[in-house]
Design a protein around this ligand. Structure first.
Ligand code: ADP
Ligand code: MG
Length: 325
């Protein structure tokens, strides 16, 4: 199969492919098939754009099911849009394949489109090459009303630090990949992260700063603290854990949340008043939000990030994942 029929067979979906009046997706004047796609962004919006590469054996285990590889490649990119407060719109996919195995490609495409369909996102283009290692680079595009993006720079002294859902499940799954007893709910936290797009969007005009946690809470929160030039305190006893991780000792589970990776939950800062207001309107959703700490002044005397367990210093390796160490 040459690359053109491969693209046509697996990635070009009729409803998205041509400029047509019945395109299910507004804002796309031209999708897959020409040298480039054409988008028509809504007036008074900014384009939000982000890209992330997933390499086999580095970002996902080599034996990850192809559906999950496709899902995760899209999910981690949509998660970056969520972390800005954006509405996701479309993606591009640059794919490097060792071989064109039809079964693999069909399942990969299924995983990609499952997530796209869940968030009304279209695949509008990409690139397909042969290479020794399977790799997927997704570029995600979204919109946000001009000036409303939630940046890392806005955290204020007195703000609460809040995270969505539970932390550490994916890191636990990664550590226990070869354990046949590994719970499937933990495995799916690793293989099928859920981009928190509804939450991110709802937090516009509420959160003062936000990011998605991909490389461990301590390192990622550190990015907000540095960018906003403030300090933060987190309380280990407040970190949200799934029932399965809650059964472990604090010494076991805290490092999974603080320096594990692959959570793809949102971490944001917000004033106490705004958080009270936001909780009222977020109550209808079953995605839990947990206050885990607060923003304080950064002085020459305090650490950028203080981690305490019942008011005692809690020592943990706060280095999250880094590619070049
Ligand atoms: P060009 O040579 O002009 O870069 P290509 O032959 O690489 O174009 O691609 C043809 C069309 O197919 C383009 O619209 C491109 O965006 C799209 N495309 C290529 N690979 C993929 C892919 N993996 N997923 C989605 N669209 C793709
Ligand atoms: Mg061309």
């Amino acid at each position: 199969m040459d690359e053109f029929s491969l693209i046509q067979q697996y990635f070009q979906r009729k409803s998205h492919s041509k400029s047509s009046k019945n395109s299910i997706h507004s804002g796309i004047s031209l999708g897959i098939g020409d040298d480039a796609a054409l988008l028509a962004p809504p007036a008074n919006h900014e384009l939000v754009i982000s890209t992330d590469t997933l390499i086999a054996g580095r970002h996902f285990p080599l034996d990850t099911p192809p559906f999950d590889i496709g899902w995760k490649a899209v999910a981690v990119n949509l998660s970056d849009l969520a972390a800005m407060g954006a509405t996701a719109h479309s993606i591009l996919l640059a794919l490097t394949l060792p071989k064109a195995d039809p079964d693999f490609l069909a399942k990969l495409a299924e995983g990609i489109f499952a997530l796209c369909d869940a968030y009304n996102v279209s695949l509008i283009g990409g690139d397909t090459t042969r290479g020794d290692t399977l790799s997927l680079t997704v570029t995600a595009l979204g919109w946000i009303p001009t000036g409303q993006a939630i940046l890392r720079t806005g955290a204020q002294i007195g703000d609460l630090i809040v995270v969505s859902n539970t932390l550490g499940d994916a890191a636990y799954a990664l550590q226990h990949l070869n354990d046949p007893q590994l719970d499937s709910s933990l495995k799916s936290r690793l293989d099928r992260p859920i981009p928190r797009l509804e939450l991110g969007k709802a937090l516009r005009s509420y959160a003062s700063a936000m990011l998605d946690i991909s490389d461990g809470l301590a390192q990622d929160l550190g990015h907000i603290l540095t960018a906003s030039d403030v300090a933060g305190q987190i309380h280990v006893e407040k970190l949200p854990f799934s029932t399965l991780l809650a059964a472990l000792s604090a010494e076991m589970r805290a490092p999974l949340a603080l320096s594990g990776g692959d959570d793809y939950e949102l971490c944001f800062t917000i004033s106490p008043q705004k958080f009270a207001d936001f909780q009222q309107l977020w109550l209808v959703n079953d995605l839990p939000l947990t206050v885990i700490g607060e923003i304080v002044q950064h002085t020459p005397k305090n650490e950028r990030l203080t981690i305490e367990y019942h008011h005692q210093p809690f020592h943990v390796n706060t280095q999250g994942f880094k590619h070049f160490d």
